[in-house]
Design a protein around this ligand. Structure first.
Ligand code: ATP
Length: 364
């Protein structure tokens, strides 16, 4: 397996900058996901690694080999990059059996029949589709078709696997199941994978690291939990789930025992403690992020430590595992998720509280 390195990689389409000076190193055997809203440049980035698109600036390497250098006009075509690719439309051919679909990349390279048979059956075994080898492709479910597409991408024992929204044509249940299977397979084979999605929960579940993109640029790279719990800016915070984002001003900032800083902050009609990655002087305007699942509803009264707001329950929606509760406070309406057994009454005055460990501040 090989690493993938992007150095200052850009792609212009006329005056449009689709990808803007992206720097990223994907380690050998690592699963990295490009995540971001439509048009942020994730597909273009993947296609440049694939060699289906030329970068107009910067350099791309696979392992120790430079595969594209815009300054030197050097470009290795896709078929010579030892990549496996899986796309949204699985593009398996309906007039072929499962076996022939997976064998196709080997047949066009005129490999001997015995080698083709061994490799195809190995690849089909990996995705647990070997018993379907002789089936015509149309007689497969969507999930099975996607497994065939993955087997075809693996049949060459590629150094890197590239996947562009490979699960988006599947229904929600199958998407989760295939995602879990795919992650298990990637970990077993220790294959380097670059994955594109706009689905944040998919990105978190599958990846070793997530790259959040916006406007052709990387906003943040990190382990899923870091990005979720400690976003570097408001845009990244807002991109994951439906966090509460509150405006506040720093009153005091001191180093915490760990690697972070502890802040005293004050907002409109509330104050309390939270954490931040960097030191911030008194008077700094910040956004405080608190996730709905980290907020608790208590009887009216003072909460000890952390942050708290007084308000009134304005809405409660039953969602199965939890209830989404809206609490109207003088600062803003807060979104709280509590276990669905909790009983709530619309109009009830309550205190909403969060421990300081669950409140994260970023500079505006
Ligand atoms: P999506 O999730 O919708 O596929 P994306 O994040 O993958 O979006 P890209 O497809 O990489 O985004 O596109 C990035 C930007 O580049 C967009 O503004 C898009 O319109 C533009 N773009 C992409 N391909 C071309 C092209 N062939 N010609 C002109 N502009 C393009």
């Amino acid at each position: 397996m090989a690493s993938v390195t992007l150095e200052n990689v850009s792609r212009m389409y006329g005056a449009v900058t689709a990808v803007d000076h992206v720097n990223l190193k994907i380690r050998s055997g690592e699963f990295v996901t490009l995540l971001g809203p439509s048009g942020c440049g994730k597909t273009t980035t993947l296609r440049m690694v694939a060699g289906l698109e030329k970068n107009t600036g910067g350099r791309i390497s696979i392992g120790d080999n430079v595969v594209s250098d815009a300054d030197k006009g050097y470009f290795v075509p896709s078929e010579r990059r030892r990549l496996g690719m899986v796309f949204q439309s699985y593009a398996i051919w309906p007039h072929m059996t499962v076996f022939d679909n997976v064998a196709y990349p080997l047949r066009i390279r005129r490999r001997p029949d015995s080698e083709i048979r061994d490799r195809v059956m190995n690849a089909l075994r990996l995705v647990e589709m070997d018993q379907y080898a002789d089936r015509p492709s149309p007689a497969l479910s969507g999930g099975q078709q996607q497994r065939v597409a993955i087997a075809r991408a693996l049949v060459f024992e590629p150094e890197v696997l590239l996947l562009d929204e490979p699960l988006s044509n599947l229904d929600a249940r199958l998407r989760t199941q295939m995602g879990d299977e795919f992650r298990a397979l990637q970990q077993r084979l220790k294959i380097t994978a670059l994955y594109v999605t706009h689905d944040q929960s998919e990105a978190m579940a599958l990846s070793d690291r997530v790259v959040v993109m916006h406007g052709g640029k990387i906003l943040q790279v990190g382990a899923p939990e870091d990005i979720y719990r400690r976003p570097e800016n408001r845009q990244v915070a807002a991109f994951f789930g439906t966090p509460n984002l509150l405006s506040a001003t720093v009153k005091d900032c001191r180093p915490n025992s760990g690697q972070y800083y502890k802040l005293d902050v004050e907002g409109q009609g509330w104050s309390g403690e939270c954490h931040a990655a960097t030191e911030m002087p008194r008077g700094t305007d910040v956004t405080v992020m608190v996730r709905p699942e980290n907020l608790q509803i208590r009887e009216i009264g003072a909460a000890n430590g952390g942050l708290s707001w007084s308000g009134e329950i304005s809405q409660a929606i039953f969602r199965g595992p939890h209830r989404s509760i809206m609490v109207k406070t003088p600062a803003q309406t807060l979104h709280v998720e509590t276990p669905s057994l909790a009983d709530v009454g619309i109009g009830r005055p309550v205190t909403v509280a969060a421990p300081s460990s669950a409140a994260w501040a970023v500079r505006n």
